[in-house]
Design a binder for this molecule. Structure first.
Ligand code: 13P
Ligand code: SF4
Length: 321
């Protein structure tokens, strides 16, 4: 018999409940840690024990001594925490919080793709499923991708998956040819060179900073390209007074805290929408975080054989520091 998927029962929450106080109480009672990505809603970031980019969150998950990890991010991030912590309960407030990169590269499709490259090393961006990780030589994130690719012997051919834009950016940084899997992020792909050029004309003094998941036509124009944590560092340390930000707008919350006086200009999508929100990241809400800690659901589970296979390339990345 197939178990029904867990659906957060928002109606079961007592009206008027102080969600923040209750989440704090449950966190203590459960010996839980709340890890949140920079793209989460501000109220979730403010509640979290730790906010970071994918690499920092994986490192925090590796180090924690909590019994429960409430992962406020997307599925591949919570799954990574589970791969690293088989004995802990890992909950993701909304199990539908996927990622366009991971969802469009199913393990079976990727295994077929790899049949054409039997001698290649396989570098997979952490934005992929455990099944894809299990097929990889090593994992990378946007903050360590160049170091990871450079760690492989120069004479070895490399397949990079699933983000073709990040892959192309790494090729430019390392001077190394790679076979690219044709995936992309639906949020970053919306930023076009035309939009960015128009914004630059409007704000000629602003620094353009973008995530490497953006198309090369956009990254080429940028003053700085980096992971979410690197973009934050850039804003904190650069004396400029305005920044055009080419990534998901959730990051603006921390940027604003670091540089309250700076002008932060998100790049609008080409559709004209004035925001750049990841629809998956935004599925997590305070109500769902509360329910996840109250009911310890929805929980991330995984077979041990798959976990062990996915752990190897992940540990290889984490060993690089
Ligand atoms: P970072 O590792 O840079 O936070 O990126 C994660 C992500 O999903 C970007 O879209
Ligand atoms: Fe995935 Fe893009 Fe959302 Fe990041 S912003 S989680 S890459 S869909």
């Amino acid at each position: 018999m197939c178990a029904l998927p867990y659906v957060p029962d928002i109606d079961s929450i007592e009206p008027g409940l102080d969600l923040v106080a209750e989440i704090r109480r449950l966190r203590k009672e459960r010996n839980a840690v709340i890890l949140a990505h920079y793209y989460q809603e501000p109220e979730i970031q403010d509640l979290a024990d730790f906010v970071g980019d994918s690499l920092q969150l994986a490192q925090a998950a590796q180090k924690t001594s909590a019994d429960v990890i409430a992962f406020c991010g997307v599925h591949f991030m919570a799954e990574t925490a589970k791969i690293l912590n088989p004995g802990k309960t890992v909950v993701l407030p909304d199990l539908d919080a996927g990622c366009s990169l991971a969802d469009r590269c199913p393990a079976e499709t990727f295994a077929e793709f790899l049949k054409d490259y039997p001698d290649h090393e396989v570098v997979s961006y952490i934005n992929c499923s455990a099944g894809v990780k299990a097929l990889s030589t090593i994992i990378c994130t946007s903050s360590n991708a160049v170091r990871v690719v450079n760690s492989l012997p120069k004479d070895r051919p490399v397949v990079f998956a699933p983000d073709r834009h990040l892959g192309r950016w790494i090729m430019g940084q390392t001077g190394r040819e790679m076979v690219l899997y044709p995936g992309f992020c639906i949020v970053h792909e919306q930023f076009t060179a035309k939009r960015v050029a128009a914004l630059r004309a409007q704000h000629p003094e602003a620094k353009l900073i973008v995530h490497p998941e953006c198309d090369a036509s956009v990254s080429r124009m940028a003053d700085f390209v980096g992971s979410t944590a690197a973009l934050l560092r850039y804003v904190a340390e650069n004396p400029a007074e305005s920044f055009i930000v080419g990534t998901e707008s959730g990051i603006l919350h921390q940027m604003h805290k670091l540089r309250p006086e700076a002008q932060l200009i998100p790049i609008p999508a080409d559709s004209g929408c004035n925001c750049s929100l990841c629809p998956y990241m935004k599925l997590n809400t305070l109500e769902k975080v509360y329910l996840a800690l109250r009911d310890l659901k929805p929980e991330i589970t995984m077979g041990e054989e798959l976990r062990i296979k996915a752990l190897k390339p992940l540990e290889r990345m984490l060993a690089l520091g």
